[in-house]
Design a binder for this molecule. Structure first.
Ligand code: PLP
Length: 373
């Protein structure tokens, strides 16, 4: 595994001694290892990782160290990042829309699995020569933070035709779906699994594998994820729907794998009665909050000689740029005594944060400090 630089014992000790003026992501390899083990021991199939959630090399290295050998990648750049950490990793290119140049590059990278959701994209792949092609389909689904089906996925009828075409062109037919990100309701997977079984039967194919996607929830907005319940529901639904034709399973968590392993420490630049101004915001590490709403796992780290009043008050949270929409979508409850120079710790923020941070206006959270314990 790579060596991490710089290192800290705890975020509190590091922040108090360094007093960083820039936003800092604290990465806990121990937490990532624990989550990876939960997936690896609990999920009834192969665990892969969706690189887009957080492509940091140290994240990939910890996952490889835990035994993850296959990765869901969406672009040649992500393929390169995975190859740098694990040269013989298996690459699942599960972005169903690809340019012809990307397809050529992916072949050079040795992609072993593709997903398709329309005939024109299957045509682009040409002869399949034994490669796995997972047909991506969609259902109307509730219970996710946002719906992945609005962009990708064939209707089940069209998916049946795609399965038949994959077999006719010499590919290994699989099915895949994505129930929607931050999905707490195991029923979302169950509905997809039942439909996948119907599709395979209608197409008259025995599936090579069934890839149940990502969507596994993180600890957000007071809801603790119950992965075991979801794994159990998936396992039971596959048995019930496929019977003796049970395919091997694959999952590709992004958020559920990496969220808990990161905390973002932001510094208070200025305070008014109604608002706080931080050194990062929606153009940086809090990028996703604009779409998903404001999380609640925010902790104040005040100067150690201060005793901020425990009473909370709603404050608008502004980021550092000169853009007036650079604010969180709803106010945060923050202790009354919050002061310039204090830090706010945003817990469980490893997914879609570092990966999406821009450098707009010269800001953005990019520095990662690794925790020893
Ligand atoms: C984004 C994505 C994932 C990961 O989704 P999460 O909700 O972060 O778990 C998995 N598979 C595909 C194809 C994706 O595009």
């Amino acid at each position: 595994m790579g060596h991490f630089e710089p290192l800290a014992e705890t975020h509190e000790v590091w922040l108090r001694s360094e007093q960083p003026d820039e936003p800092i992501f604290f990465f806990s390899p121990a937490q990532l290892r624990a989550t990876a083990r939960e997936f690896l021991t609990g999920f009834p199939g192969e665990v892969t990782y969706a690189v887009k959630a957080n492509p940091h090399a140290d994240v990939l290295a910890v996952l490889v160290d835990q035994g993850i050998e296959a990765f869901d990648v969406a672009s040649p750049e992500e393929m390169m990042r995975v190859r740098q950490v694990l040269p013989n990793a298996r690459l699942h290119y599960h972005n169903p829309i690809r340019s012809r140049d990307e397809i050529a590059l992916a072949r050079l990278y040795g992609v072993t699995s593709w997903s398709v959701d329309r005939m024109s994209e299957l045509d682009k792949l040409g002869a399949l020569e034994g490669a796995e092609v997972a047909v991506r389909f969609k259902l109307p689904v509730e219970g996710a933070a946002y719906d992945f089906g609005s962009k990708f996925g064939a209707e089940p009828d069209a998916g049946v035709k795609l399965l038949e075409a994959v077999v006719a062109r010499g590919g290994l037919p699989s099915i895949t779906f994505h129930p929607g990100t931050q999905c707490h309701d195991a029923q979302a997977w169950v509905a997809y699994i039942q439909t996948a079984a119907d599709m395979a039967e209608q197409a008259g194919v025995t599936l090579n594998r069934l890839n149940v996607g990502g969507g596994f929830p993180a600890h957000r907005c007071g809801l603790l994820p119950d992965l075991t319940r979801i794994f159990t529901a998936i396992d039971a639904a596959v048995n019930e729907s496929f019977g003796s034709n049970r395919p091997a399973l694959v999952c590709e968590p992004g958020r559920g794998m990496v969220s808990e392993a990161f905390t973002l420490a932001l510094r208070v630049k200025s305070v008014t009665d109604e608002a706080v101004f931080l050194n990062d915001g929606i153009y940086g590490g809090l990028n996703e909050w604009r779409d998903l709403g404001t999380g609640e796992r925010v902790e104040l780290l005040a100067d150690e000689h201060d005793q901020p009043a425990p009473k909370n008050r709603d404050r608008i949270v502004f980021g550092p740029t000169c853009d007036s929409i650079d604010r969180l979508p709803s106010p945060l409850k923050l202790p009354d005594g919050i002061e310039e120079g204090d830090f706010l710790l945003f817990h469980g923020i490893g997914a879609y944060s570092l990966a999406q941070a821009t450098r707009f206006n010269g800001y953005g959270a990019h520095k990662v400090v690794t925790l020893r314990s």
